[in-house]
Design a protein. Sequence first.
Lengths: 313, 379
Amino acid sequence: MLLLIQYTLIFASVLTLVALGGCFSEHSGVINLGLEGIMVMGALGGALAMRYLPIGIPAFFYILLVIFFAIIVGIIYSALLGVAAINFKADQTIVGTALNMLGTAAATVIVKAINTAANPNDVSSIIQYIEPKKKFIVSFKSFEFNWFMLITVIILACAWFILYKTKFGLRLMACGEHPQAADSVGINVLKMRWFGVMISGGLGGLGGICYILAGVSEWRFEYGVAGFGFLALAVMIFGQWKPTRIALAALMFGFFRALSNTYFGFGFLTNLGLPSTFYNMLPYIISIIVLALTSKNSKAPKAEGIPYDKGQR
Amino acid sequence: MSKEKVNLFKRPGVQSFISSLICIILGLFIAFIVLLIINPSGAFSSIMNVIKNFFWFRNPASRLKYFGETLAKTVPLLMCALAVLFSYKVGLFNIGTPGQYCAGICASIYAALNWNWGWLPCLLFAMVAGAALASIVGVLKAYLNVNEVISGIMLNWICLYFTNAVLTPVKNPTGKDTLTIASVNKGGLIPSLGLDKLFNDKYVTIAIPLAIIIAVVIMIILEKTKFGYELRATGLNKNAAKYCGMMEKRNIIVTLVISGALAGMGAGFYYLTDFEQWAVTSSTVPGMGFNGIAATFLGGLNPIGTIFSSYFITHITAGGAFVDLTKYSSQITDLISALIIYLCGFVLFMKTFMNNVIRRREVKKTGKYENYKQDGRKN
């Protein structure tokens, strides 16, 4: 039972972080379908930091540094989306898809190159972080508290405050609803969209490192992040682009995801005799059902996905 | 004389071709730089091996054999690219193609191995499976306004786990791959009608000419028929299509069903040749559907262009096996195709840029801006 709660909380943290990233980007008017790729790159940044940072650094600074690298790599990578979608008015769906494929391919090539350089016989795409992982976890008896859970709560509060209570957030949302109107009152739409994309890159990267630290202590980069970027987008839509609702939606999705890891611990679930495949499918099935129920009255930002053209009426 | 040259560059087909060429060259160049960073010695020969692929062999017979294999591998990619293209022309981004391809694999292999069906029923069953999966996306999109990209991705994962579960009973008891069709049911293999003799490769079958014919048919349907016109009109403006009396909801569903059928058929075309078996422990959806997106955009969203771009992408992917594997990984070719898709996002910009250059030259030559006609910027 504790294990289920633990996994639910950690997966919900990942989904909340990434979905908030998507939320910032979409409120500024850019659809970020590349979150999956951004997560992979952020995870790569964090994993490389864990590989090269000396283990002796105090836990607090160690965690900060790893997070810092994950966020920076995520932001840099999201700039690829920014340039294409904001400055060159490219199709955001194509660019997002390209970022997803590029993320996994690039991470695999980079990790394999590093592994092969260190040991010519090692052609795997695995990075191990057994010792560093312990720094992120505080154990209360059998419950493992992960610092990312706290970080997520803090970021959630900040996101809510920034979006609804600051000048910056309200301007950002204006750019996603009606960019022409925002421009007419002197808001630089392109700049705001760049902020939106970069925030989503940072949060996506953070979500990525959180995801690979969730269960195991090594990561094979060929696998990417198993559609978590897209689950996060489903969470965002279910949460109607509002931070608090996103957190609740993430808890629900996190629960079903956690169930596939822990269902064999529950007698009544194993007695049902359902194949393990069913539990693997469950989060994706639930997300389709939820999307079917909530997409009809979507509260999506009006101008999302449309490149901003000053001359347009 | 130079006026004719300018006119040539104004043509949208030529512009698409130039843009695609720029994407390819830039993609290869960036990959080359990545190789240089990883290990400077051998980077050039490795990237040349990727481009050469089967020309790497000295013996003409081996070249012909591997050319045949590359063609056989192009077939599923071409079908996936056509699936993406067909839905994109109707304004839908069918990123569920990998899942529909996976459904096609599941159906064709299971029917061939477990029910001992002949190749044609297997192929049709694969089509139906792909179409059925895609119809879910279509219904959700048409009636419940669910974003087709997200529902497509979710169904990809569901279908992957489903396929693994269904194909486990027909796997090779000692391994993780499914049994070969030749060992169980010879009638399940697509006939080759002598093409295998020509290339001296048993995987070369009639699937190759069939796929090319299908590409042409898709072209005719989209460009020359009322049905295709209605579909494209729905893609351009759903509400206008509805106002004109077209059934826009039906059109969305029909589009996705056709798209899914194409992807499913592609899977049948490939897996019913025994070229590859399905590993029931697969943890990612087949990359074929995603590469199909690359082929679609690289082909300038034209079914005939798609034939060549699919071949090109298969060619370099197969060429990935010839990089110096002691220094680099073969995933470098995935990197190239991802880069190409990314660069394809800039095609619109490239075309606008070309048109601006042409216009500036014309204005300079005639000295009159008014003479410039807007029709040069069509498309």
